[in-house]
Ligand binder design. Sequence first.
Ligand SMILES: Nc1nc2c(c(=O)[nH]1)N[C@H]1C(S)=C(S)[C@@H](COP(=O)(O)OP(=O)(O)OC[C@H]3O[C@@H](n4cnc5c(=O)[nH]c(N)nc54)[C@H](O)[C@@H]3O)O[C@H]1N2
Ligand SMILES: Nc1nc2c(c(=O)[nH]1)N[C@H]1C(S)=C(S)[C@@H](COP(=O)(O)OP(=O)(O)OC[C@H]3O[C@@H](n4cnc5c(=O)[nH]c(N)nc54)[C@H](O)[C@@H]3O)O[C@H]1N2
Ligand SMILES: [Mo]
Length: 722
Amino acid sequence: MNELELKLKGKVPGDDTGIEIRKSVCAICDPGTQCGLDLYVKDGTIIKVAGTKEAPHSHGTLCSKGAAMRQYVYSPERVLTPLRRTGERGSGQFEPITWDEALDEIASKLNGIKREFGPESVMFFSGYAKWARPYLMRFAMDFGSPNYLTESSTCATAMVMAQQLTYGAPAGPDLKNTSCVMYWSHNPSATKSLNLEGINRKIESGAKVIVIDPRVTDLAQLADVFLQLRPGTDGALALAFGHVIIEEGLYDREFVASWTRGFDEYKQLVADMTPEKAAGICGVAAADIRAAARMYAEAKPACVHFSAAPVVHHTNGVQNYRAVFCLIALTGNLDVAGGNRINPASLVHQPGGFPTREREFTCAHRLAGLPERIGARRFPVWARLCNEAQACDIPRQMRTDDPYPLKALFALGLNYRMFPGSQDFLDEVCKLDFIVDADLFLTDSAKHADIVLPCCSSAERREIRCWPMGYVQFTQPAIEPVGESRSDVDILAELSKRLGLGDELLEAGIEACVEWMMEPSGLTVKDLDEHPEGMWVPGAKPPAERKYLDGGFRTPSGKVEFVSSVLEDVGGEGCEALPSYREPAMSPVSRPDLAEEYPLVLGLGARLPMYQHTRTFRLPWTRSLSPDPHADVNPADAAAAGIADGGWMTVATPKGSLTVRAHVTGLVREGDVHMYHDWPQANANDLLDGDYLDPISGFPGYRSSLCKIAPASAEGRGAGHD
Ligand SMILES: Nc1nc2c(c(=O)[nH]1)N[C@H]1C(S)=C(S)[C@@H](COP(=O)(O)OP(=O)(O)OC[C@H]3O[C@@H](n4cnc5c(=O)[nH]c(N)nc54)[C@H](O)[C@@H]3O)O[C@H]1N2
Ligand SMILES: Nc1nc2c(c(=O)[nH]1)N[C@H]1C(S)=C(S)[C@@H](COP(=O)(O)OP(=O)(O)OC[C@H]3O[C@@H](n4cnc5c(=O)[nH]c(N)nc54)[C@H](O)[C@@H]3O)O[C@H]1N2
Ligand SMILES: [Mo]
């Protein structure tokens, strides 16, 4: 082999080899964990993927999903041209059409439906991809529909609501400056590997760590105190913390006196929740509750690391997190260094420490003049606090036409399996007159659309992102789009023209939009384009401490609200003004009748490191790491049911039954079963009812219901498609 051949074999970049490194970002995870990507490109094809060493957030690391990026980009399941359905919904029979045909047809159908039934009868939905949302929301507002909805109907928003209700805005943990971190449900080894570096450094520095999780995670094994609670009982535990902190005089009297509302009522509420009582509810030792409460309250400063999903994935989720967030105020750790800091998002839900006009760009203010949103009447607290419609209410509105009929859905990345009672959700959606789904892949959901539009991956498009330390990247396409695929934003811009929406800025394309949004940051597209690998935003810094001193908190009273004015105003079951504890709607305590037949607590959705919702099942590398659907079962429960580790078993609820492999492990509590969601051949959400929702947020109770297990044969397995 000569030198050039050797270099080619080693994929060495250079003029002689024709291999070039192009900087990009991995958007398989989104948006908190995007690693910088070095894409090695030769003759327009990505031949190698590596992490970007100089990326300040990922330092050249990649997880199994990012390492499989080429299989994602070049998947044989990519949609290559626009498609028009020719067979039954779901049959997968389509004919390729041109972009002009597709866009004209969509424009004429949507405008026709708008004329006949009003703009509100058209829904604009975005799945987990969050990067294109500001553009989609603006597009929906231009169209005149209040029904902009996203996967955030099940992710993160309820956690944000719990904070809005309590102190007006989200307050993230200041890990760098803290001396104690309370991880109230977080499993970074599986979900946010980029957090591990900071966590390890913190632990090495001697900071105290408390972990609250029903499963023994990697993080739990590093904790000073680990509380392995029954899923969905977080509220009782947090109230018991409040009990100890007040009883032992460990609370911040001055802050509580000056800056909180309803302390006396809260004090009364927690007086009843002794550690002994909470121990009985949560299944943890009272002594450990006392130890953790003291550790958190005595360390100064201390922060709570919360998460987007598991605590609010219960029918009592918002109240449970409200009880947790009250502790931050009670101990005076709110908006101080090393505590939880109020830090607004700069771009795509990420705080970057610099101002942008992303929010203004979405035109959310126009919602006020539009008809009622989906879910607004059923979830009034949601409607007051969020700028979106609540997608979990779509099936009900489809069934009843109340308050008006829905006729069309325009989706960027629809996955019906993300919704509880998935099949019912799909059946209702299929009654629409017209469905468009834009996706990278011809998914099960896309197969039900009338028109499928092919979308680009992050390697083929431009997108802007930022990271909390004040770093921003406006990526360049590393390769030409695969097939005829287009960027979501290009699709919206083109469609806007054909619909005659008259939005000059959106129609001018992503560069113009980014220029507009970034204006307050002082950076122009020209500046950003000089640094395709990303750049520090000059002057970016976290907001000042104790901003409430100047104008109070963004709650109706201007104070931290132990007693919520909004909940007081709305009222109703589950919407109590105090964060009182209520059992999950399906638990051994709330439904002893059901528990006789279904004795185990079922948690659906704990993440696996190699899978990202539906996205990476189809990649051979990631799939090989965990080929079959499985659920975690405690050895005692497995033995009682006669189930062997690795054997097939059924997991059944009153709603349905799945066949999965048993992963018998002492890492889960006796009495609990945990399973990942979105398996193509074993969809966890077929086990739940579509109405199993939190009355405050409308979030599904994915993480606690009741089930039974029994041995099964391999024949029971479902055949599925990604
Ligand atoms: N690999 C991978 N990473 C992901 C995702 C993915 O699909 N795959 N999804 C991304 C998304 S959209 C999200 S929202 C985040 C979620 O991010 P995380 O919240 O970190 O992830 P989870 O694994 O859902 O839950 C964290 C921990 O909460 C625990 N838990 C479950 N129920 C309860 C409960 O009732 N109370 C308490 N205290 N803890 C509970 C679980 O056992 C788990 O260890 O992950 C993101 N990262
Ligand atoms: N049982 C249970 N169910 C859950 C959860 C749980 O914990 N348990 N978690 C909930 C949570 S937190 C979340 S976030 C949701 C997951 O939300 P989903 O929206 O279900 O997530 P994905 O499957 O990742 O993405 C949906 C589709 O978007 C496509 N897509 C990817 N990138 C792009 C893009 O750039 N443009 C376009 N147009 N399409 C793209 C993907 O190919 C996929 O088909 O699931 C929810 N459902
Ligand atoms: Mo999520």
